[in-house]
Design a binder for this molecule. Structure first.
Ligand code: AMP
Length: 220
C-alpha cells in the first residue's frame, strides 16, 4: 500500500502517519523528519537546508526527490509506505510518479487532511514533543497527564521545532497554498484523491483514513 498524506502544516499528517504506520506495518516517510535529522547531525545536507527550513521555504525539488528515491530502496518499504510532507510541488509529484513507474508500481491513495487556516496557527505554535520517544503534545490541546513528564516514556525533556513560530508558520502556510495545493487537482485528475475532515478528533480522522485505505470511502 502506497499512500500520500496531503495537507497544510499542522493538519495532523505526522500524527496520523504515526498511527497508520503501526496498524498497517508500512513505514512513515516524513521528509521533514529526515531533514531535521540531517540538521541535528550537522551533515552537509543539514547545513544546506537549515536556513531554508527556518525561513519556512521549500528545499529544492532535486534534493527532495533524491532523498525519497534513496529512502524507498530500503527494505522496510517492500510492502509500501506512507508519505508525510512529500510531494510538496508538482515537480516532486512528477518525479515520484516517474520513479514508481520505473519500479512498475504506483500510488494507491492520496489522502487530503482538510483544515481551516485559522486553526493551524494555534495548533502549530503550541506544539512540542518528547525529546526521547517523540510523543506529540500541545500547550492547550494535549498536555501530558503529569505536567512536564511524558505520558509514554516518563522523560522530562521536550523539544519544540525551531520553525514552529508564528512568523515561519505564515511563510509555511503561504508556500503550502502556492506550491502544494495544486497537487489536489493533480491527484483528483488521476482519481487518487480522497479528503478527510482534519478538524475532527484524532480518532475520527484515523477512522476516516482507514475507510479510504480499506476502500470504504469514495474518492473525491
Ligand atoms: P514538515 O516537517 O513536513 O513541516 O517540513 C519542515 C520543513 O522541511 C518545510 O517547511 C520545508 O522547509 C522542508 N521540507 C520538508 N519536506 C519538503 C519537501 N517535500 N519539499 C521541500 N521542502 C521540504
Amino acid at each position: 500500500m502506497k499512500i500520500i498524506l496531503l495537507g497544510p502544516p499542522g493538519a495532523g499528517k505526522g500524527t496520523q502517519a504515526e498511527i497508520i504506520q503501526k496498524r498497517y506495518e508500512i513505514p512513515k516517510l516524513s521528509t521533514g523528519d529526515m531533514l531535521r535529522a540531517a540538521v541535528e547531525q550537522g551533515t552537509p545536507l543539514g547545513k544546506k537546508v537549515e536556513k531554508i527550513m527556518l525561513a519556512g521555504a521549500l528545499v529544492s525539488d532535486d534534493i527532495m526527490i533524491d532523498i525519497i528515491r534513496d529512502r524507498m530502496t530500503e527494505a522496510d518499504c517492500v510492502n509500501g509506505f506512507m508519505l508525510d510532507g512529500f510531494p510538496r510541488t508538482l515537480a516532486q509529484a512528477d518525479g515520484l510518479e516517474e520513479m514508481l513507474k520505473e519500479q512498475d508500481t504506483a500510488i494507491d491513495h492520496v489522502i487530503e487532511l482538510k483544515v481551516d487556516d485559522k486553526a493551524l496557527v494555534a495548533r502549530i505554535s503550541g506544539r512540542y514533543s518528547c525529546a526521547k520517544c517523540g510523543a506529540g503534545y500541545h500547550d492547550s490541546f494535549k498536555k501530558p497527564r503529569k505536567e512536564g513528564v511524558c505520558d509514554m516514556c516518563g522523560s522530562v525533556q521536550f523539544n519544540r521545532r525551531p520553525d514552529d513560530n508564528a512568523e515561519t508558520v505564515s511563510a509555511r502556510l503561504a508556500s503550502y497554498h502556492k506550491q502544494t495545493a495544486p497537487l489536489l487537482p493533480y491527484y483528483k485528475k488521476r482519481k487518487l484523491l480522497s479528503s478527510v475532515d482534519g478538524m475532527a478528533s484524532m480518532e475520527e480522522v484515523t477512522r476516516q483514513i482507514e475507510a479510504v485505505i480499506q476502500g470504504k470511502s469514495a474518492a473525491a
